[in-house]
Design a protein around this ligand. Structure first.
Ligand code: 17E
Ligand code: FE2
Length: 429
């Protein structure tokens, strides 16, 4: 009988390091009992499974820090978003959510999570619309969180899509969602009936987070209006309460439209607040700019400048085939690639940073850093990518060759092979 010392031995991969370049030297990684047992240039351990990686990169898993799983896979139901605006999307979803059932929510959420996991995503933060009279979206996603916990980590945000003060019952519903166990409290200040309501909703969100000890993730200033200024209310609350690390401002697309005099002042408050940011470049570039003629704004927050100042920025898909965005695959390299383009992060370190925004930075946003990363003793969550470094991974949308979750191989993908069948070109003399 063979006496195995580990379950899996990955041989000759390049380990990605947080904030740095790929390791030049190749390493072996041993997995045992669901955890990373050892990482060293060469390991001679008996393993039940040995995989030769031949220089492929070993990455910590992708982190999807912003998605709506309750609406995923409903594009076209009951109708297509013809204007392409956020607001038509909200109206279509309002009709679709009348017909939600638990089964419907759970089936679409799990199908989407599987699609994500097969592409190396093992940590997900999803919003659940709680401005919905029976809290079915929330209940469905809380059940899914439990059902999938052995292979993917799901966080659920209680998100009041129609505004906390948009209808009389919504304030009660969001609090009930926190009692039922949502991980984070959300908001949508730019869609509250008045500016004052928007400001009040932000104080309310911080009070609720304190009362139920949850994280905060607000859809904030998701509009091209340069007068939409709720981000400052979030920053001020985080500074006063000292909880910035647990607070996230999602979208903040209006920040791309603020005048620089205001933006520079705001930046120094953001520095002090230490809050996290999430941009959703696929969705921001399509939903925003819709009221412009030409020149047409990009409608994305100041990702490059926030990152340069050392603030934590991560990236999300936001949607996979829903009323706001009919495309989407769950692949985080699509998101990173779009960020490279619309945020103009084409410098070499900038491209690498966009990769980090869908991995380490996302883990920081989700507040799961303790269980995240490629270190001995941590849970063996990792992805082997068919790529030689981060830049190569983004450029070619490298496939996730092997996905390990809690030490188990949960998905593998075989590369497509193309063969040249055309006319041979004679070599030049
Ligand atoms: N709801 C919202 O307010 N904003 C979005 N981008 C999506 C849903 C997808
Ligand atoms: Fe969103």
């Amino acid at each position: 009988m063979v006496d195995y010392q580990c379950e899996v031995l990955l041989k000759g991969g390049q380990l990605l390091q947080a904030g740095g370049n790929s390791h030049e030297e190749r390493v072996d990684v041993a997995i045992a009992n669901g955890r990373i047992l050892a990482i060293a240039p060469s390991l001679s351990l008996k393993a039940s499974q040995v995989l030769e990686l031949d220089g492929k990169i070993i990455s910590p898993p992708f982190v999807e820090s912003h998605i709506h799983l309750d609406s995923a896979l409903t594009a076209g139901e009951p109708r297509w978003n013809q204007s392409g605006t956020l607001f038509e999307g909200i109206e279509i979803w309002r009709e679709r959510k009348e017909t939600l059932s638990l089964e419907d929510v759970k089936q679409r959420a799990i199908a989407t999570l599987k699609q994500q996991a097969m592409q190396g995503v093992l940590f997900v933060r999803s919003h659940a619309d709680v401005s919905e009279k029976n809290l079915i979206a929330l209940q469905g996603l809380l059940e899914v969180r439990e059902a999938v916990k052995d292979w993917i980590t799901l966080q659920v945000v209680a998100f009041p899509q129609d505004g906390i003060y948009g209808s009389p019952k919504n304030d009660e519903l969001i609090e009930e969602a926190l009692r039922q166990g949502a991980d984070a409290v959300g908001g949508i200040p730019h869609y509250e009936p008045t500016r004052e309501d928007g400001v009040a909703s932000m104080h309310r969100v911080f009070d609720l987070a304190e009362k139920y000890d949850t994280l905060i993730d607000v859809h904030c200033d998701e509009i091209d209006d340069d007068q939409s200024r709720f981000l400052e209310v979030i920053a001020a609350n985080a500074i006063r309460r000292g909880n910035g690390a647990k607070v996230t401002a999602s979208h903040t697309t209006a920040f791309g439209s603020y005048n620089n005099a205001y933006a520079f002042k705001l930046m120094s408050f953001l520095d002090r607040s230490g809050i996290n940011f999430i941009a959703n470049p696929l969705i921001n570039i399509t939903l925003q700019g819709r009221t412009d003629t030409y020149p047409k704004r990009r409608g994305v927050t100041r990702v490059k400048e926030l990152w340069q100042r050392g603030l934590n920025v991560s990236l999300g898909h936001d949607c996979v085939q829903d009323p706001w965005y009919s495309l989407g695959t769950g692949n985080m390299l699509d998101v990173a690639s779009m960020a490279v383009h619309i945020c103009q992060m084409t410098g070499r370190q900038e491209i690498d940073a966009c990769y980090d925004m869908v991995t380490w930075h996302g883990a920081k946003t989700l507040h799961v850093e303790d269980e995240y990363g490629l270190e001995e003793g941590k849970p063996a969550n990792l992805v082997v990518l068919e790529a030689s470094d981060r830049y190569d991974a983004i450029r070619r949308r490298a496939i996730a060759r092997y996905v390990f979750s809690r030490g188990r191989l949960i998905a593998n993908t075989t590369p497509a092979q193309s063969q040249w069948q055309g006319i041979e070109t004679p070599a030049l003399a």
